[in-house]
Ligand binder design. Structure first.
Ligand code: SF4
Length: 350
């Protein structure tokens, strides 16, 4: 584990256009005190009933990550960070690097005009300032089709297919890059809205998969870590401003109103009159003792294992007869999706 870093003090500077204000419509008055050091406060966190000056806010964010990792009983090791170029993935990379973890970035270029080039540039700029290592893979090269091609051939569910591809390929590329743990930038808002969606849809079997640390269930599937699960979107936006992190500004041309957004809006509505609701809703489930017991035995059985070069059938997993990656049936989801695309292409060539 490398202890770093010479850049961290220089980067901890105020945003160029003034201090970040979490509620621009309700800026803090002169004389508002930081809850930690009593200096002038700049940032208001209603769900914590606290105000912070910029330095204490950074301390608050880092403490949230450290506390989360401690609660997960995460044992430090090198981490591959999935970076899209958005604020969450860049923030989590920055935080882990600051905290001394050995990290490498993983970016999948989806081939979406303008958006993918801009995302790639955002990752490159971030990594270059901090002298961080990262790898970029083209979806077209590793899977055979870019997202615009997937959209043209299958239409309709582009985001869900894109999500499926990113999840599966990030798993495979993590192992290929020689890591056993994949970090993602999921934040408290993502997790709370996903939990609400799972409960509304009565997908209770998915709830346990929301734990912020999931050990590897198979030698060729990495463990998953979500260090930002205690931090809200607004807190991460302020963190990026203070750390001079510039996420991609372009939006994906395939973005549509996802249902998770509707669940998040419902939670925001509750949060407006009862600050802290999102947080207590999510943590009530994460701290559920039965859920923890289930996970505890799972953690105990999986935690000691190291990834091996050869896939072995385990926990219901077989091996895809085409690509030899883990699969529940004879073929994995990625090979099945590729075949569907190939069939469509034969019917409707470009
Ligand atoms: Fe993929 Fe949809 Fe996100 Fe675009 S908006 S990057 S298609 S998941």
């Amino acid at each position: 584990m490398t202890k770093n870093n010479p850049q961290q003090t220089a980067l901890a500077m105020p945003a160029q256009n003034g201090q970040p204000v979490l509620h621009p419509d309700r800026p803090l008055s002169r004389g508002a005190k930081c809850s930690r050091c009593r200096a002038q406060a700049e940032i208001h966190l209603p769900s914590h009933h606290a105000n912070f000056c910029p330095d204490c806010f950074l301390h608050f964010v880092r403490t949230a990550v450290v506390r989360g990792l401690k609660e997960m009983k995460f044992r430090p090791r090198p981490l591959l960070v999935a970076v899209s170029g958005g604020k969450d993935s860049l923030a989590v990379w920055d935080l882990l690097h600051y905290l001394g973890y050995e990290t490498k970035g993983l970016h999948i270029n989806l081939g979406i005009p303008d958006f993918s080039e801009a995302s790639s540039r955002a990752v490159a700029a971030f990594a270059s300032v901090r002298d961080l290592d990262w790898a970029e893979y083209s979806l077209q090269e590793v899977f055979g089709y870019s997202i615009p091609q997937v959209q043209r051939l299958l239409r309709g569910k582009t985001c869900s297919l894109c999500g499926q591809l990113k999840r599966a390929l990030c798993n495979r590329l993590t192992i290929k890059e020689g890591f056993d743990t994949l970090v993602t930038g999921h934040n408290l808002d993502d997790e709370a809205s996903r939990l609400l969606g799972n409960l509304v849809g009565k997908r209770l079997e998915h709830v346990h998969k929301q734990y912020p640390y999931l050990p590897s269930p198979h030698p060729r599937i990495p463990a998953k870590l979500k260090p930002l699960y205690r931090l809200e979107i607004k807190e991460l936006l302020a963190y990026c401003q203070l750390r001079a992190i510039t996420p991609v500004q372009e939006t994906c041309s395939f973005a549509r109103g996802a249902t998770s957004r509707t669940f998040l809006q419902a939670l925001e509505f509750l949060e407006g009159s009862m600050p802290g609701t999102k947080r207590s809703f999510l943590f009530a489930y994460l701290r559920d003792t039965k859920l923890k017991e289930q996970l505890g035995s799972w953690l105990d059985t999986h935690e000691q294992e190291e990834p091996s070069a050869e896939p072995e059938p385990k926990d219901g997993y077989g091996m895809c007869q085409e690509c030899r990656e883990p699969a529940y049936g004879q073929r994995c989801g990625i090979c099945k999706l590729r075949e569907r695309l190939q069939k469509k292409e034969r019917i409707a060539p470009a």
